[in-house]
Write a protein that binds this ligand. Structure first.
Ligand SMILES: Nc1ncnc2c1ncn2[C@@H]1O[C@H](COP(=O)(O)OP(=O)(O)OP(=O)(O)O)[C@@H](O)[C@H]1O
Length: 341
C-alpha cells in the first residue's frame, strides 16, 4: 500500500497503478489520460414527495480541487453529498464519480471516496485506534496494512496520545479529527465533508482546517458543505452558492466577491428603532444599501470616504465599522437573506 502521509504530512499522494478513472480515447499502448473531472453532475435533481431538495444542479470538479457547497440550512447540500456518496438515489439527472455512476457502480465508487458525515458516527465503545482498525476491516484491508496506517493517521490527526482512550472521552474537535482519520483509511482520492466544523470552537476549527489543507496539498479532492462563509473562504478553491436546491452563483471566493459585491462594506448601527428608517437619509452614499434588523450596510469601494459622507450629513451612528466584503455579502446580494438563520 502506498504511504499517504510522510512524517511531515506533506508528501504527494501516489496514485495507485490500477486507478485510472474514466479514460479518453487513446491509441493502443498509450498511457490513458487522467480524468479531467473526478465529479460531474448534470441537472441533478432529488425530490422527497412534494419537496424538491435538489433542483437541477450542474457542476464539475477537477482532480485535486477543493470544492464547496455554500448555503443556508435546507439548501440541499447534504442531499447532494448523499447522492455523490451513493447513499441516496437521484430522482433525475446525471452524476459521475471518477467516470462511474454511483448507483450502478456503488462499491467501485465507494473505494475512491472518504466520507465525513455531518454527525460523527464513531463507535463510542471502542478505543480510538480500534475505531480505525475496525473501519478498515470493513474495506477488507489486512491488519499488516491497517496497523501502521492507523498509527500514521493518528499522527496526522494529532491523536497519537489518545490512541488507547475511549471515544466518548474525546472533545468534539478530536472526534471530528478521528472521523476524518477514519475516512482516510482506504486512501481515498476524494473526501466528502458535510459541515466539517459545525459546533466546534474557533481553535478546534483552525486545527481541522490545517489538516484539511494538508490533505489538499497531497492531492486529495475535497468536497465540502458549509454554511460558514469564513470556512468557504479558507478552504475552497471554488464553490457553488446554493439556495432552495438551486445554484445561485459559482466561482472562486475572490471572484464571487468581486462579481457580486464591492471591495468594502461600511456597517452602521443606529439602534433597532432607527435602522429601518435611516435608509432615505443615507441615499446616494456608496453603491448599494442593505437594511438589516440590527444594522445598515453600505456597499462601497471606499468605506472611510463613505463614513465621512455619513458624518457630513450630520448622521451619528452608535457604532461604525469598515470591513472587506465577504461571501456573506454575496449571499445577501443573491438572496436578500443572511446565510445563518
Ligand atoms: N429524508 C428526507 N425526507 C424528506 N425531506 C428531506 C429529507 N432529507 C432532506 N429533506 C428536505 O430537503 C431539503 C434539503 O435538505 P438538506 O438536508 O439537503 O439541506 P442542507 O443544505 O444540507 O441543510 P443543513 O445545513 O440543515 O443540513 C430540506 O427542505 C429538507 O427538509
Amino acid at each position: 500500500m502506498p504511504e499517504l502521509h510522510s512524517a511531515e504530512g506533506t508528501s504527494k499522494k501516489p496514485v495507485p497503478a490500477n486507478e485510472t478513472g474514466p479514460t479518453n480515447q487513446t491509441e493502443p499502448g498509450a498511457v490513458p489520460a487522467a480524468p479531467r473531472y473526478v465529479i460531474t453532475a448534470e441537472n441533478l435533481t432529488k425530490t422527497y414527495g412534494d419537496v424538491t431538495a435538489v433542483d437541477g444542479i450542474s457542476f464539475s470538479v477537477p482532480a485535486g480541487e477543493s470544492f464547496g457547497l455554500l448555503g443556508p440550512n435546507g439548501a440541499g447540500k447534504s442531499t447532494t453529498m448523499k447522492m455523490i456518496g451513493g447513499v441516496s438515489q437521484r430522482t433525475s439527472g446525471n452524476l459521475t464519480i471518477m467516470g462511474l455512476d454511483p448507483e450502478q457502480n456503488g462499491p467501485e465508487v465507494r473505494a475512491h471516496l472518504g466520507v465525513v458525515p455531518q454527525q460523527d458516527n464513531l463507535d463510542e465503545e471502542l478505543k480510538v485506534r480500534d475505531n480505525l482498525l475496525v473501519y478498515g476491516r470493513y474495506f477488507g484491508l489486512p491488519m499488516s496494512y491497517l496497523k501502521p496506517k492507523a498509527d500514521e493517521l493518528l499522527e496526522f490527526a494529532q491523536l497519537t496520545d489518545k490512541a488507547k482512550s475511549k471515544v466518548d472521552a474525546l472533545s468534539g474537535g478530536m472526534k471530528r479529527r478521528l472521523t476524518i482519520a477514519r475516512s482516510l483509511i482506504n486512501e481515498p482520492r476524494i473526501l466528502l465533508l458535510d459541515e466539517p466544523t459545525t459546533g466546534l470552537d474557533p481553535q478546534a476549527r483552525h486545527i481541522l482546517w490545517d489538516r484539511l489543507f494538508r490533505l489538499k496539498e497531497q492531492g486529495v479532492t475535497l468536497i465540502l458543505t458549509t454554511h460558514y462563509m469564513d470556512e468557504a473562504e479558507q478552504l475552497c478553491d471554488r464553490l457553488i452558492v446554493v439556495d432552495k436546491g438551486r445554484i445561485m452563483a459559482e466561482g472562486s471566493p475572490a471572484a464571487l466577491i468581486r462579481d457580486y459585491s464591492t471591495r468594502e462594506v461600511l456597517e452602521l448601527r443606529f439602534g433597532s428603532e432607527r435602522n429601518a428608517s435611516i435608509g432615505a437619509e443615507l441615499g446616494g452614499i456608496g453603491e448599494r444599501l442593505e437594511t438589516l434588523p440590527d444594522r445598515v450596510l453600505i456597499y462601497t469601494h471606499d468605506g472611510e470616504a463613505a463614513l465621512e459622507e455619513v458624518s457630513a450629513r450630520g448622521l451619528r451612528p452608535l457604532t461604525s465599522l469598515v470591513r472587506r466584503s465577504s461571501l456573506e455579502d454575496v449571499f445577501l446580494r443573491l438572496t436578500g437573506r443572511s446565510l445563518v438563520d
